[in-house]
Design a binder for this molecule. Structure first.
Ligand SMILES: [Zn+2]
Length: 422
């Protein structure tokens, strides 16, 4: 008797949202609920494998753990090694190999910034390095795919899972490190990335970054002759002119920032770009002959990046007398711009969330999020990020995952995947 009354209550409690869902969608939701304990166990096991980016065996072990799960769901898995000199573990790719529906790329990563803090459950949350960022997101991918399979909704669909092994400290050169990811994007229609959720939002845009190096040379002479026609103003004034003009003319544009992070100048200088370290020598009575600076540039669209590069080059070219300078740019991460296609994906997620009886999903303000793996594919296809687990303290020893929201996040993803692949 008591049991029946409880069942009735449960039915009443879920009927409001269930009305928005088809029979198959209700089966998907039930399949998520049925697997929650197993998903939590998978999360715990993955967090307890130490997998900082430089721990190649650890990253591979997390890959093996997730690969076994993905194979069980019916995906074909491949491990992509990186060249040994890159000192990166490689990436796990998995593919359904179907023929129907939109082709979807799901992105996560296996590596973590820190390692050593094991999974410790504390009420509705859990401590543990790499739980929130982002083994929680990886488990959401796997759990959502499994729910689709259990509900008979994964058959003949086209899904690629890409779990990179070096997101937190990407191997160089980037075109080798991200070739497989970009190739997968070329065979897909849209990308969903599972970096941690920020509150109730999802991410339609991430700023990209480019690094720059400024090298100045100038005539050297006795300091008493500075500012004369024959001696000029020296390399240090020229470098100061350039970075100050960047500050005066380019600062303040929305979503654009740039920061000179290191400066070396004098009669003799050394600068090691890899180590980000340099030395300088210069007597007070000598005009500086050389100066070097490095810094970054962060932007919301690749158009903004190119426009800013042109403006910086023009400033650099307007040299002081007896000085000259060059600036070189290295594009690291492209921008994930806030495109209409990305907003359309957000709308689908928002609808899935509401139909499940959860709240609306607004867009995260773009400047709140730096570059990520999705940035490499966003120029090629519609993309949405921030679909992973909730928590706080990512990249610190205080990292904590919110476990209460996990079922909601898995259901939301499963429903979104189901609808996108019909
Ligand atoms: Zn991450």
């Amino acid at each position: 008797m008591k049991r029946n009354a409880f069942a009735l209550l449960l039915l009443l409690a879920t009927s409001a949202s269930a009305a928005q869902l088809t029979r198959t969608e209700q089966k998907i939701v039930a399949a998520v609920d049925a697997r929650l304990a197993a998903d939590l166990s998978l999360l715990e096991r993955s967090v307890n494998i130490r997998s900082a980016t430089e721990n190649l065996a650890g990253v591979r072990a997390v890959g093996d753990l997730f690969a076994a799960e993905l194979r069980e769901i019916g995906l074909k898995t491949t491990w992509i090694d990186m060249p040994p000199e890159m000192k990166r573990a490689g990436h796990l790719f998995a593919e359904t190999g179907g023929t129907k529906g939109k082709r979807i790329l799901l992105i996560g990563h296996l590596d973590t910034v820190l390692e050593g803090q094991p999974f410790v459950r504390e009420g509705n949350s859990a401590r543990g390095n790499g739980g929130e960022d982002m083994k929680g997101g990886d488990v959401i991918i796997i759990a959502a795919l499994r729910a689709l399979k259990d509900a008979g909704a994964l058959d003949d669909r086209r899904i690629i899972v890409a779990l990179t092994g070096d997101e937190e400290d990407t191997g160089q050169p980037l075109d080798v490190a991200r070739r497989a990811l970009i190739d997968a994007a070329k065979r897909s229609d849209l990308a969903l990335a599972f970096e941690e959720s920020v509150g109730d939002t999802a991410t339609v845009a991430r700023r990209g970054f480019t690094s720059w190096r400024l090298d100045v040379t100038a005539t050297t002479a006795h300091s008493s002759g500075i500012f004369t026609e024959s001696s000029g103003s020296g390399a240090v004034f020229e470098l100061a002119r350039i970075v100050n003009t960047f500050y005066e003319k380019l600062r303040g544009e929305e979503n654009l920032t740039f920061n000179p992070s290191v400066v070396v100048g004098g009669t003799e200088i050394t600068y090691d770009s890899a180590a980000k370290r340099g030395t300088a020598f210069g007597k007070t009575n000598v005009i500086a002959a050389k100066a070097t600076a490095e810094g970054d540039l962060r932007f919301l669209t690749n158009e903004q990046r190119e426009r800013t590069k042109s403006a910086m080059r023009a400033i650099v070219a307007a040299s002081l007398p007896r000085a000259s300078a060059t600036i070189t740019f290295t594009d690291e991460y492209p921008a994930m711009g806030p495109t209409a296609g990305n907003y359309a994906l957000l709308k689908s997620l928002d609808q899935a969330s509401r139909d499940l009886g959860y709240g609306e999903v607004p867009a995260l303000q773009p400047s709140k999020r730096g570059a990520g793996d999705v940035s490499f594919v966003a120029p090629l296809l519609d993309s949405l990020d921030g679909l992973g687990s909730r928590g706080d303290g990512a990249h610190t020893s205080e990292e904590r995952m919110d476990l209460e929201s996990l079922p909601m996040l898995i259901k939301r993803t499963a429903l979104l995947l189901y609808r996108l692949t019909r």
